[in-house]
Design a protein around this ligand. Structure first.
Ligand code: FKS
Ligand code: ZN
Length: 345
């Protein structure tokens, strides 16, 4: 399987996040992607190539122009104010406040984010832009006929909505790639999100559309980030009614439970019968993940890849979360290897 990777992800390294009232080093750190790349190479998954530059147009198909303008320019405005620390929001237009767009940088940052977990640093725009190009380059390979490809994206994307950053995400790589398939002639795309967290951004982007089917298996939002989306009764709206399926699972869920949800999601996807499949591949479902509560073990990821391959669709894998840094590579490449193995029969 072809892997697309860019070193540009090193340009994004947030300093800290607020956990239990304390500032802790960001869990979403550059070494995550380095470990995945190392495993891809060690286990000879296949060729590793850098991204092509498809420009802003495919990103603008998903994110609003005002959001992109704000995100691209935010660091320069922060630096202009003489600041050098990470730019982090702390006030949001929640209920009872007005959704106005203030002039101030911090006001706008609150407007364009939904949590305090997506720091903007000097290199964040470039890293996120390159991450989207990594996704688009892998997408182009599948569009051109490859049975599968792996976009080793960092920063991740599935929490980013059309005009919101949050949860370590800025640009929604999976959504950008899915839209690119449609713009290049595909008529139906399915996205299966196996990250531990609900892909609220991806869901929002395609919620009223029938050309992109979205299924997500994740920690129950009653108890887990992002809390305010990802419930089982969210089935889409308008044209998109019946094209959104969430599988929230309780803390402590292991492979047997998870696998049951995967079977159900795969049956729904099979019935939808997409021309191509996009996997939001998070491996924070791992038993030793420091911020998650599922109990998957490394061999389970081989079985996950095998089950996905049984759908028999051209498949684009897009890296999302996973914070047990040393094991991220093993687990992510297990999914890809399991997929390859089952595909070859
Ligand atoms: C822990 C609080 C954690 C943020 C969690 C963000 C998860 C991000 C992710 C992605 F794939 F996007 F990276 N708050 N006490 O794993 O879903
Ligand atoms: Zn996650």
């Amino acid at each position: 399987m072809l892997t697309i990777y860019s070193d540009d992800h090193h340009l994004h390294h947030g300093r800290c996040e607020l956990i239990d009232g304390e500032l802790k080093p960001c869990f979403e750190m550059p070494s995550r992607a380095d470990h995945v790349l190392q495993q891809v190479r060690e286990r000879r998954l296949g060729e590793v190539r850098g991204p092509e530059d498809f420009g802003r147009a495919p990103i603008e198909r998903i994110h609003t122009p005002d959001y992109l303008r704000f995100f691209e320019g935010a660091w320069a405005r922060w630096a202009q104010l003489g600041k050098g620390g990470d730019l982090l929001p702390f006030t949001w237009p929640a209920r009872t406040l007005r959704g106005v767009l203030p002039d101030s940088l911090h006001g706008q940052l609150g407007y364009y984010s939904f949590d305090g977990g997506a720091p903007i640093t000097a290199g964040t725009w470039q890293a996120a832009y390159s991450s989207a190009q990594v996704a688009l380059t892998a997408q182009a390979a599948v569009q051109a006929g490859a049975h599968s490809a792996f976009a080793l994206c960092r920063p991740p994307g599935h929490h980013a909505a059309s005009d919101l950053m949050g949860g370590y995400c800025y640009l929604n790589n999976a959504a950008i790639a899915a839209q690119a398939f449609l713009d290049q002639g595909k008529r139906k795309v399915a996205i299966l999100d196996v990250d531990y967290h609900h892909g609220n951004g991806t869901q929002e982007i395609f919620y009223a559309r029938s050309d992109v089917f979205f299924a997500s298996i994740h920690g129950d939002p009653q108890a887990e980030f992002p809390f305010f989306l990802g419930y089982a009764d969210e089935h889409g709206e308008g044209d998109g009614l019946g094209c959104n399926f969430n599988y929230p699972l309780p803390a402590g869920s292991g492979w047997a439970t998870w696998r049951g949800a995967l079977d159900e999601a795969c049956e729904r996807i099979g019935a939808y019968d997409p021309e191509v499949l996009v996997i939001s591949l998070g491996v924070d479902t791992f038993k030793d993940d420091p911020i998650s509560q599922f109990k998957l073990d490394s061999p389970d990821y081989l079985a996950m890849g095998e089950r996905i391959a049984q759908l028999g669709k051209p498949t684009l894998f897009i890296m999302e979360g996973g914070y047990a840094v040393a094991e991220i590579g093993v687990n992510a490449v297990n999914v890809l290897e399991g997929f390859e193995r089952a595909r070859q029969g």
